[in-house]
Write a protein that binds this ligand. Structure first.
Ligand SMILES: N[C@@H](CCC(=O)N[C@@H](CS)C(=O)NCC(=O)O)C(=O)O
Length: 292
């Protein structure tokens, strides 16, 4: 158990190993730790990311745009290994001063446009291509309501629930209770919404679904923190229905493979530089299949 008698000093000092899975990369200061230029591929969009829920939002959007035939959405996805501190390299920090994936550069325009924060990237792409965001004012407003809801809510799930349920060096009852309560409340918010609408923003599949699915869809599908039973995920029946529908989309299946370096090798594409890269993973899985 935690030392319940802890009294914070007058001024906090960074002089102890905080423990936990991310102790080595967590720092109380911003800015680069080392010089390192970012690689640049041949496509208009350069993505620097990892297949965490925040990273997957963007690769799903890019694959959905490509599936609709937008050639300008072709992208190189470079791997950023956050456990090894790649997000603190000087090149990465120049794109995202907040040192977190996902980060992207649009090199199809001069001067190039840098992008960080997954919600900002999704909105940028939706506006650039005029897709996956409703055209009418009311529909657009509702889509953005839920996009911003996700951005504000998921830190309670990741930084709160996931951190204390999985990553903290010990299991502490107080924070697990607090963040489980909030995570379940958020799942209920979503469940009630999806009881009345096919998709989060209404009848149309939008960037709001792409932002929300990698977190809450993964929770109810037991693909995040192994917590489905603990959270009684099956009881959020509308979220389960919606999550399964989105998981079945071919672009979503491709998007969640990009920059993935863990789990089933058949679902990992650590770097993506060409649409044909997905077929190579498939061919490795089944070398006897000559039909493709
Ligand atoms: N609000 C940000 C959150 C991004 C974020 O937290 N990224 C994590 C991975 S999911 C990260 O890069 N962590 C590295 C670090 O904290 O040093 C977004 O949605 O883009």
């Amino acid at each position: 158990m935690a030392d319940s008698s802890y009294t914070p000093p007058r001024v906090w000092k960074w002089d102890v190993e905080s423990g936990g899975k991310f102790a080595k990369i967590n720092r109380p200061i911003a800015g680069p730790t080392h010089d390192k230029a970012l690689p640049v591929g041949k496509h208009p969009l350069q993505l620097y990311s990892l297949a965490t829920p925040n990273g997957v939002k963007v690769t799903i959007m890019l694959e959905e745009l490509l599936a609709l035939g937008f050639e300008g959405a072709e992208y190189d996805a470079h791997l950023i290994r956050i456990n090894e501190g790649d997000q603190f390299g000087s090149g990465f920090v120049a794109v995202n001063p907040n040192s977190k994936i996902p980060a992207m550069v649009d090199r199809s325009v001069e001067p190039h446009i840098r992008l960080f924060e997954s919600g900002s990237i999704l909105l940028y792409l939706a506006e650039k291509f005029g897709a996956f965001i409703p055209k009418d004012r009311a529909g657009r407003a509702e889509c953005l309501n839920w996009l911003f809801w996700q951005m504000a809510s998921a830190p309670f799930v990741g930084g709160g629930f996931g951190h204390f349920y999985v990553y903290a060096p010990e299991k502490y009852e107080y924070p697990i209770n607090r963040y489980t309560m909030e995570t379940k409340r958020q799942l209920d918010v979503l469940d009630r919404r999806l009881a009345e609408h096919t998709y989060v923003a209404g009848g149309e599949y939008t960037i709001a679904d792409m932002a929300i699915w990698p977190w809450y869809g993964a929770l109810v599908r037991n693909e995040l923190y192994g917590a489905a039973e603990f959270l009684e995920a099956h009881s959020y029946r509308n979220v389960v229905r919606w999550a399964a529908e989105i998981a079945a989309r071919p672009a979503v299946r491709r998007g969640r493979m990009v920059n993935r370096t863990w789990g089933d090798p058949a679902e990992q594409l650590p770097e993506r530089h060409d649409a044909g890269d997905f077929d190579k993973v498939q061919a490795q899985r089944d070398p006897s299949d000559q039909s493709r």
